[in-house]
Design a protein around this ligand. Sequence first.
Ligand SMILES: [Zn+2]
Length: 510
Amino acid sequence: MNKKNFYITTPIYYPSAKLHIGHAYCTTIADAIARFKRLAGYDVFFLTGSDEHGQKIQRTAESQGVTPLEYVDKIVEGFQELWQRLNISNNDFIRTSEPRHQKVVQEIFKKIQDKGDIYKGSYTGLYCTPCESYWTEHQLDENGCCPDCHRPVEKVSEEAYFFKLSNYADRILDHIEKNPDFIVPTSRRNEMINFIKQGLEDLCISRTSFDWGIPVPDDEKHVIYVWFDAVINYITPFYDDPDRFQKFWPADIHLVGKEIVRFHSIIWPAMLMAADLPLPKQIYGHGWLITDSGKMSKSVGNVVDPMLLIDEFSADAIRYFLLREITLGQDGNFNRDALITRINSDLANDLGNLLHRTLNMINKFQGGIVNAFDGESEIDKSLKNDAINTATEYKNLMENIQLSDAVKKVWTFISRANKYIDETMPWKLAKDETQKQTLSNTLYNLVESLRIISILISPLMPSTAQKIFEQLNLNDFEKIQIEDALTFGKFPINHKINKPQQLFPRIEVK
Ligand SMILES: [Zn+2]
């Protein structure tokens, strides 16, 4: 069978400081989508990385008395450790300081230059150093500051290379209008259309004021503008490998924060057009995580460190909260009390109790053996229907990247299964010799529901799903497919399950 391919990326993060929960949010979404696609039988390539060049990094490194590379090495190590702790299943990690990336950037630069869409000129502009961005007068905010970060800009003049972005305005507008799903959500799409309609100016894509970057081919006193360098990371892993390039490019989704949609939906496509390469299928702009004291920022001092949260609550609890609480595309609120409430009610209580009660009863009433079922009551039938409907709807929601709704669907079914225990009262059945088969049926249905639940939550909370699998004493967790959740009755009979173990301890609220 011909495997379907799927390629998803996160932005590559800037190593000027440790990552905060907002970065963890974006990467967790991408991971859940990547894992779901694998579960649905796709051959998935999932890329993340670090965007390491630029004046800001060079200045910070100098102020600390280290080279830029020494400075970023240490921070990027922290990125990679965080993704490992958060159970992120990326297939590759791009560092823009790597030779393999430098080579591709220079090749793309040369290709566009040979075509005549890169030319040398002189640039005087208003520059925002934190954003590494030049702005024109009319783009500045009402205070004459950077429209992205609202910090002051400075007037800079230098000899520079330019990319003929203006050549591509009509083609990009046309592409956005003909492909309604190219930029999601619609609010971002409309912003981009308006932005292009104001006219696109050629983009200055080189700098001479510092040297921490990729040199312009054959003109080494210039380094390539950090954004031009960074977006190319998405093709770096397979640019030199025609088979893999064919297989994974164009990307299915570039998942990005809403503040960088512009670079991904205008500049990057124009670069690809200039290099005669296909455009990504979708740019998805997600919202921001807001804390109770506003948008997270270092200067406000309200940055939430995901590593500390993982230490305290476990990676899966954090993943669950991020995927469940925030509707993709909108801003979401990060709040510690809400996190603890979710852990206690949804994870320790609903999911934890369902597993614990079910396994306990099988151990107590049937010596740990799952018996064959025979016949079904109306309640059984309704539980089975709910299980299949949940799995089917979940699959559709995940395919449409409605992650939060997919999570809610599964938890509605978990509540339903807990209610089934109260309705059927297995402890009563166990006391009645004539109800033996009914008891076996009931416990079978519960353990089978747990098998299905563990498959559905595997993209969201991979280690919890695996723990449930292990407690059910099922094998081949790595091989499960979404189809395995769409049929009720696959749980093996005369099967010995394990002793229940706690999935999530309750968090004491002080
Ligand atoms: Zn700025």
